[in-house]
Design a protein around this ligand. Structure first.
Ligand SMILES: [Fe+2]
Length: 272
């Protein structure tokens, strides 16, 4: 049995027909094939869910029923894929919860990553609230859940010093970067934030945020980081730490990309 670590992806939109990701089960099936091709073996599917719905019983239950139906479709796709390929991918259920209220009730396990203690959260409209953005994160911690902030590098008003991220971390949250950010898939500003996060060791995880179009991009990230001399960081970000999350454990600290190392200049040639 191989002991080589493999990729665990816990941010993607693979559940068919429930958000702006996969629309049909065939899209989900094709997406699973792409994850396999990139070496991912464990996946948590995270459809969008508005946090405010947890405070509105009727609308919240209607949305969860929609997600339940989509999840059953995905389970069927996963089982067919497993039979065809001779081995099943591990696919778990989660959600990407929008913090459109500061105090969503995430006690329903369908809203947490694989039903464990971690919750994937994002702020509305790709902007951080101007004050007390970390308040919602502290609230979640107080209630016993561990927030993971999705793609912080994409927030347009993130300070280049990453001061907000230090506050998020102090509030007990962890940070998940999108694999494509480093390559400019979300624009130059996000690419700059992504680079600074890696140089500061402020990213805990890298995930695909795959919407079932194009490629997940995890292998591209692992390869580019490895070529630049940062294979250790890439493995922690895409394999070790996401697998720990799935096991309910906190991430290991990812070493910053050292300012004076040989590899730093290689890094600058590649990404600078
Ligand atoms: Fe997402």
């Amino acid at each position: 049995m191989s002991t080589a670590p493999s990729i665990t992806d816990f941010h993607n939109h693979l559940v068919p027909g429930v958000d702006d990701g996969a629309q049909e089960p065939a899209d989900s099936a094709a997406a699973l094939g792409r994850f396999r091709a990139e070496g991912a073996s464990q996946i948590i599917a995270t459809p969008h869910f508005m946090g405010s719905l947890t405070l509105d019983r009727e609308r919240g239950e209607a949305r969860l029923a929609e997600l339940d139906a989509g999840w059953e479709l995905l389970r069927a796709v996963v089982s067919t894929d497993g039979e065809r390929m001779g081995s099943a991918l591990r696919v778990e259920r989660g959600a990407e919860v929008m913090l459109d209220v500061p105090d969503p009730d995430l006690s329903d396990e369908r809203l947490r990553l694989a039903g464990g203690p971690f919750v994937l959260v994002e702020y509305p409209a790709l902007r951080l609230p101007p004050v007390n953005a970390e308040f919602a994160l502290e609230e979640l911690r107080t209630r016993g859940w561990t927030p993971v902030v999705a793609h912080p590098e994409r927030y347009r008003n993130l300070d280049p010093t990453l001061v907000e991220l230090v506050r998020f971390r102090r509030a007990g949250a962890f940070l998940q970067m999108n694999a494509g950010s480093l390559f400019g898939d979300y624009g130059k500003t996000a690419a700059g934030h992504a680079r600074r996060m890696l140089m500061a060791g402020e990213a805990d995880y890298v995930a695909s945020d795959y919407h079932a179009r194009g490629e997940p991009g995890l292998q591209r990230f692992v390869r580019a980081m490895g070529d630049a001399g940062f294979g250790e960081q890439a493995e922690l970000l895409t394999m070790t730490n996401p697998a720990r999350l799935l096991a309910g454990e906190p991430p290991l600290r990812v070493p910053p990309i050292e300012a004076k190392s040989e590899s730093r200049s290689l890094w600058e040639r590649l990404f600078g």
